[in-house]
Design a protein around this ligand. Structure first.
Ligand code: HEM
Length: 344
């Protein structure tokens, strides 16, 4: 009798254990033995029980039936793959650009104006062109930093900042990312309209490229119009990369909404996310090089976007054919620098 009662209590204990460690039943065949409405289960338990292709779904009365999807472990394994690829390429892009430019600076130094400052200025970009540039570039920097936080924040910033501050930072970073994207798209569109005509590839560009744009040898200045071949590469990379980032960004911002015939299926969103991350990394690489050459890398270059005008000797060295055009057509664009006597 005692033996029977012992066995009974052991049986009940096993049943209780099974009941408490049981996993709630999703809509799939695999976990039908448990019921999520009868007991609470942790997210981790669900993840461990469900296979990649399985999901926990609810019911929705709105037209978008995809909104019923609640938990899908496949998305988590996808996130691992995505993070791995995007993280690796972003690290390679940023470190590659920074190390490459540091080496370039050590070997070549700052590219100086060979003919020294002339004391004459030539108008290069109007206020509206500079506004477009700074709108596009300022917003790009915000997007890049908030995007980088999404990819690396948990690894780099979380341990240093702690959970509370990191979650506040990431929340506002995500909100900024969603809204600042609009400013970027506007800046990108304006820059395209203002500069596309000057960025059509020409025969001249091949010669410029063959001579490495004179970047690697002092005193070498291949002729160029308003934008040289290097700048045309920056321009088209920004336009193509910016357009892809904008499109995939919108598809991710409005899941399920069709844009240019894309975006209806949940299965495709992973692809847009991957493209968004990889293109962002590639464009960041190019833009780091651009920022370097437009600031510390080349004497006199920043003025073009800072003040709008540049020194005439700088312009003659880097954009000789453009200076010829301006001199032939609009001589009033060339003026003495404030407070300086023009050099002989
Ligand atoms: C934040 C630091 C930046 C600085 C200091 C900077 C500086 C400059 C300068 C000086 C120019 C005019 C070059 C010339 O006179 O020929 C320029 C042009 C341009 N910038 Fe930026 N820029 C910055 C960021 C960006 C960003 C983030 C983007 C794109 C998202 C961008 C895209 C462009 C494009 C497309 C042009 C015209 C083509 C070219 O000159 O390469 N810039 N920038």
């Amino acid at each position: 009798m005692k033996n029977l009662s012992q066995r009974l209590s052991a049986f009940i204990a096993v049943l209780t254990l099974l009941a408490f460690s049981g996993i709630a039943a999703p809509t799939t065949a695999q976990a039908q033995q448990v019921n999520p409405t009868e007991q609470s289960v942790t997210e981790e338990q669900l993840f461990n029980t469900l296979k990649d292709e399985e999901a926990v779904s609810g019911r929705v009365s709105i037209p978008d039936k995809q909104a019923a999807g609640l938990i899908k472990p496949g998305n988590k394994s996808w996130a691992g793959t995505h993070n791995g690829l995007v993280r690796t390429l972003t690290i390679v892009a940023i470190l590659g650009a920074v190390i490459g430019l540091a080496l370039f600076y050590m070997i070549r130094g700052r590219i100086r104006i060979d003919g020294k400052f002339s004391g004459m200025r030539i108008l290069r970009f109007s206020a509206i062109e500079r506004f477009a540039h700074w709108l596009m570039s300022g917003s790009f920097v915000v997007l890049a930093l908030t995007g980088l936080n999404l990819v690396f924040g948990r690894i780099i910033i979380l341990p240093w900042l702690g959970e509370g501050a990191f979650s506040t930072l990431t929340h506002w970073g995500k909100v900024s990312h969603n809204y600042v994207g609009w400013a970027f798209m506007l800046g990108l569109a304006l820059a395209f309209v203002f500069w596309v005509a000057h960025n059509i590839p020409e025969k001249l560009d091949v010669e410029w490229l063959k001579q490495g744009g004179g970047l690697f040898k002092k005193g070498v200045h291949p002729p160029a119009k308003k934008f040289n071949a290097g700048q045309k590469i920056i321009f088209w990379s920004t336009m193509a990369g910016g357009a892809i980032l904008s499109l995939t960004g919108l598809l991710l911002l409005f899941p399920g909404v069709q844009i240019l015939g894309l975006g209806a299926e949940q299965a495709d969103w992973h692809f847009y996310q991957l493209v968004h991350g990889l293109v962002a990394a590639g464009l960041t690489f190019i833009i780091i090089a651009h920022i370097y050459i437009g600031s510390i890398g080349m004497e006199g270059a920043f003025d073009a976007m800072g003040k709008g005008d540049v020194d005439l000797n700088w312009a003659k060295e880097h954009h000789s054919l453009w200076v010829d055009e301006v001199q032939a057509n609009q001589i009033e664009k060339i003026t003495p620098a404030k407070g300086t006597q023009p050099a002989e």
